[in-house]
Design a protein around this ligand. Structure first.
Ligand SMILES: O=C(O)C(=O)C[C@]1(C(=O)O)C=C[C@@H](O)C=C1
Length: 361
């Protein structure tokens, strides 16, 4: 009897709290509408999506969070709240490397909320073209995986495109084995994107050593093929399973328990500092002895923290290279702007691809 009474009392308390949360959410939504009016009053072509402000809000909520909800859950809830508020300001459509069911779709929903409008396209180049043509404001493309390294196609697109990086998304990648039926022991073929096959190499060696591994254009394409084939399995994101009528027969089979992919949000927006930013640069240099040393010297002398360097061959001239650099901080910071000024004296090409907030979980 006492339990029933307690349960009832607790539920009444939950109802009262929900009433308050509802009122507060709508009050917040009204503030977002006022923000939209204020932005338009300042600039009729104002941009409503402000990644630096979103990153600051999420970081603040994490620092205030006393639990029992985990920081990850709080971040997820507030992302959805912000996305719903942003939708009142502007209805957005995001192009991503599709089809539906890919990890890039998962990253897009993680960053822009589950209800954002999307345009799945079939190549990284097409994501760039949709944004360049103005058919969508932003696009999402993968840039690097912690196990398999950089996605060179994305780097190469920046050599041709004037688009900027407006944000980054970090996604923990869990690979799932998916089949038409629950019984997976007799699987003879495993379809997946080459990156996913590589991320599960040891698991497949151990559990499906005789199955043929067949790389295909995307994990969603793998799931589609398996939806017609009883003797096959696909690897990929759990979102793909219901779309293609498959069962998840083994989950989290990636070899590296910290398997993470970084994605970029691309657009033509210049993002102001958030206080915890990263800057990506594209640099090329004359081919002469010590050229890389001369590129890195201005960064070191200005105390800039470089977190990544990749080289890609210039398509125009044999044996000439472009370098992609990531540094900590914003291009408006004194150390980075000092380094950029010195770098411009050394290098043939120095392009800031973007300064943007470091991914918040
Ligand atoms: O502060 C703003 O500029 C807003 O538009 C409000 C808000 C929010 O809901 O907090 C919504 C969208 C932006 O991307 C950032 C923040």
């Amino acid at each position: 009897m006492a339990d029933t009474f307690n349960l009832q009392a607790i539920r009444e308390r939950i109802d009262a709290l929900d009433t308050q949360i509802l009122a507060l959410l709508n009050e917040r939504a009204q503030c977002a509408e006022q923000v939209a009016h204020a932005k338009l009053a300042e600039d009729p072509n104002a941009t409503f999506y402000r990644p630096e402000r979103e990153a600051q809000i999420l970081a603040r909520m994490q620092s205030l969070n006393a639990g029992p909800l985990r920081d990850e859950q709080i971040t997820h809830l507030f992302r959805e709240v912000i996305a719903s508020c942003l939708a009142l300001e502007e209805s957005m459509r995001i192009a991503y490397l599709g089809p539906a069911g890919t990890f890039t779709q998962e990253a897009t929903f993680k960053h822009f909320g589950m209800n954002v409008g999307t345009l799945p396209v079939d190549s990284i180049g097409q994501v760039f073209r949709e944004v360049e043509a103005g058919r969508v404001r932003y696009g999402v493309v993968p840039i690097e995986n912690s196990t398999e390294g950089v996605i060179t196609h994305t780097l190469d697109m920046f050599m041709q495109s004037g688009l900027r990086i407006c944000g980054e998304i970090s996604l923990r990648i869990h690979q799932n084995l998916m089949c038409r039926h629950e019984n997976w022991q007799g699987v003879q073929k495993v379809y997946a994107h080459a990156q996913s096959l590589a991320q599960c190499r040891y698991w497949l060696d151990k559990h499906l050593p005789h199955a043929e591994r067949i790389p295909v254009s995307s994990n969603a394409e793998a799931a589609r093929l398996v939806s017609h084939d009883d003797g096959a399995a696909a690897l990929g994101s759990r979102q793909a399973a219901p779309i293609y009528g498959l069962h998840i027969v083994q989950d989290s089979i990636e070899d590296n328990p910290n398997n993470t992919t970084r994605f970029l949000v691309i657009g033509d927006q210049v993002v102001t500092p958030s206080g915890n930013d990263r800057t990506s640069l594209l640099v090329s240099t004359r081919n002469r002895p010590g050229s890389l040393y001369h590129l890195l010297k201005p960064l070191a002398e200005n105390g800039v923290d470089m977190t990544r360097i990749e080289s890609r061959p210039a398509r125009t001239t044999n044996w000439e290279y472009f370098f992609f650099l990531d540094v900590r901080g914003h291009e408006q910071d004194a150390d980075i702007s000092g380094a950029l000024a010195a770098l411009r004296d050394e290098a043939e090409v120095v392009r800031v691809l973007g300064s943007y907030p470091v991914a918040v979980m």
